[in-house]
Write a protein that binds this ligand. Structure first.
Ligand SMILES: Cc1cc2nc3c(=O)[nH]c(=O)nc-3n(C[C@H](O)[C@H](O)[C@H](O)COP(=O)(O)OP(=O)(O)OC[C@H]3O[C@@H](n4cnc5c(N)ncnc54)[C@H](O)[C@@H]3O)c2cc1C
Ligand SMILES: *[C@@H]1O[C@H](CO)[C@@H](O)[C@H](O)[C@H]1NC(C)=O
Ligand SMILES: *[C@@H]1O[C@H](CO)[C@@H](O)[C@H](O)[C@H]1NC(C)=O
Ligand SMILES: *[C@@H]1O[C@H](CO)[C@@H](O)[C@H](O)[C@H]1NC(C)=O
Length: 493
């Protein structure tokens, strides 16, 4: 078919669908990106609109995005997002629905290294840990916990709102609904400022809080308080991951949805029709050449600006679409198969090295964290390597490691594999609070990343965008940006 004829045929099909009445469901939806955001939004969109809507998911790289594994010595290891908090309700739901399993936890102790010595060491005995924290930092630890718990408790309200079908058109509306001006304020000031205000000491922030933020975001306590609190929540309580690899959630959801995965790079989205419901034209490039297709709804589920330039352009919008510009934090993950240089950490005898996970304060600035990691498939007889044995270590660093730096951390190694990520937005405070709705039926899942970034936060954003698309399509405006939702969901059945 000639390109012109294809456009006419696509338009005829869409017009026929539109003619069947105001209640007609959309006929085609495009999702850009097949990370957790794209796969979750495809799944939620199908849940709401029903199985007859065609959902095309465009992916330029591999399904999973920042959920990825690489193979070392014939086993697979997580090279992107490694683990989730136990209260990640959407992720827990996906795993259950897909018949996947949690990966068995292999316990290991962690410690915080300052470049000269360990400022904090976890012991085998829980009470002793608490005692040490108390001894070293006084009430700071409890104050931090209360601060984090309050944020988490309020954030968890989102699940209730979503279960009742409520959606938000922007990040500001969503945050305000959960935590009012406290949450908005937390996006405008730094972690350090907020913690000092609730009575956490500078020393605790420097030793402990900074180390956790470095390990999870590669950023400092100058990052915004909201993102910081969400990341500190991830450091407490039990963490889990998916047996076989976290990315199985993405491929599983896409399969369940019977989404049509198209291997292509989306280059631009145009507004094709402005009368009545809009119609969008998605332009893409693939190995087979370039092409385009028409959609009733378009969801972008990837960052819109990396390395300082926009990844997708928008055409035909009046006024032109404004997309927030901001930088992403580069993060390098190196998987090193080798022998740790325990002398560097003050343990000349490798047999006595007790830690599986090392966080760092600002000092040894060439790496942020070092973990002795397990493969994604743990068999029943798996045991963690003894410290003097060769093991697979995951090193997180702001830049690729030089050979000399690797030689400092490892006595010797068999292999090094490196993945360079654009991992999270750079959370300078004040943060931007972008919209989810870029246009009537054109949405952006990753808007929420600008206040906090994790797999579960992305799933929450995906559910919000699916609900927003649904409520806007059927003009159910009572379900969008409602005030006083706490009261409304209490009185609704
Ligand atoms: C090293 C690292 C460690 C992390 N650790 C954790 C952790 O322990 N726990 C946690 O919860 N979170 C963690 N995160 C964050 C988490 O991975 C992300 O928040 C989440 O995966 C984002 O998912 P996403 O779908 O929004 O984006 P992505 O996973 O980035 O997916 C976007 C997809 O879109 C595709 N794409 C982009 N542009 C186009 C285009 N123009 N056309 C077609 N396709 C396109 C990309 O190829 C990609 O596959 C970590 C991230 C990194 C990098
Ligand atoms: C948020 O900040 C504003 C202005 O800085 C202030 O007036 C308000 O009291 C703050 N709210 C909270 C809950 O801290
Ligand atoms: C790893 O686990 C997944 C999920 O349980 C399973 O599908 C896969 O076959 C396993 N792979 C190996 C090599 O055991
Ligand atoms: C290990 O660490 C020690 C102490 O920092 C250092 O002197 C040595 O060069 C490092 N490398 C090796 C291979 O031992």
């Amino acid at each position: 078919m000639a390109p012109g004829a294809r456009i006419v045929a696509a338009l005829a099909a869409l017009l026929a669908a539109a003619a069947t009445g105001g209640d007609a469901r959309p006929s085609k939806i495009a999702v850009v990106g097949a990370g957790i955001g794209g796969s979750a939004v495809a799944h939620f969109l199908q849940q709401h609109f029903g199985p007859r809507v065609q959902i095309d998911v465009y992916e330029k790289g591999t399904v999973g995005g920042r959920l990825a594994t690489i193979s070392v010595n014939k086993q697979h290891y997580e090279s992107g997002a490694a683990s989730f908090h136990s209260l990640s309700l959407h992720m827990q739901g996906f795993v259950k629905q897909l018949g996947l399993r949690h990966r068995r936890e292999v316990a290991g102790r962690s410690a915080i290294f300052s470049g000269e010595h360990f400022v904090l060491e976890e012991t085998d005995w829980y009470l002793l840990n608490l005692f040490r924290l108390w001894w070293q930092y006084g009430i700071s630890f409890l104050r931090l916990q209360m601060w984090v718990e309050e944020v988490m408790e309020k954030f968890m309200r989102i699940y209730k709102y979503q279960a009742h079908g409520y959606a938000f058109s922007g990040v500001e509306e969503l945050l305000y609904s959960l935590g009012e001006s406290t949450f908005i304020n937390m996006t405008q000031r730094s972690v350090a400022e907020s913690l000092l205000q609730v009575g956490v000491t500078q020393r605790f922030i420097d030793d402990v809080v900074s180390a956790v933020l470095r390990a999870s975001y590669g950023q400092s306590a100058a990052m915004s308080a909201f993102a910081g609190a969400m990341s500190l929540a991830g450091a407490q309580g039990s963490l889990w991951s998916v047996e076989g690899g976290n990315k199985l959630v993405c491929s599983g959801l896409l399969k369940l949805t019977k989404a049509n995965v198209i291997h292509a790079t989306v280059t631009s989205v145009g507004l094709f029709q402005t009368e009545g419901k809009p119609l969008y034209q998605v332009h893409y490039e693939s190995e087979a050449g370039s092409g385009s297709d028409f959609y009733d709804i378009v969801v972008i589920a990837s960052p819109l600006h990396l390395d300082g330039h926009s990844t997708i352009t928008f055409e035909g919008f009046d006024p032109p679409l404004v997309v927030v510009q901001g930088a992403y934090q580069p993060a390098v993950v190196s998987l090193v198969h080798g022998y740790l240089n325990s002398s560097y950490f003050g343990f000349p005898d490798p047999k006595l090295f007790p830690f599986a996970s090392i966080l760092t304060t600002d000092f040894p600035s060439f790496f942020c964290a070092l973990d002795n990691i397990c493969p994604v498939n743990i068999s029943a007889n798996f045991r963690q390597k003894q410290p003097q044995e060769a093991a697979v270590w995951r090193v997180q660093s702001p830049k690729p490691l030089f050979r000399s730096q690797l030689k400092t951390l490892f006595r010797s190694y068999y292999s090094v594999q490196t993945v360079e990520w654009q991992s999270h937005p750079l959370y300078g405070s004040p943060a931007t609070l972008p919209p989810f709705a870029l246009h009537d039926l054109l949405f952006h899942v990753n808007a929420l990343e600008w206040v906090a970034s994790s797999v579960e936060v992305t799933a929450v954003a995906a559910k919000n965008v699916a609900l927003l698309a649904y409520n806007r399509w059927y003009q159910d405006l009572d379900k969008i940006d409602q005030k006083d939702l706490m009261h409304k969901v209490k009185t609704e059945l």
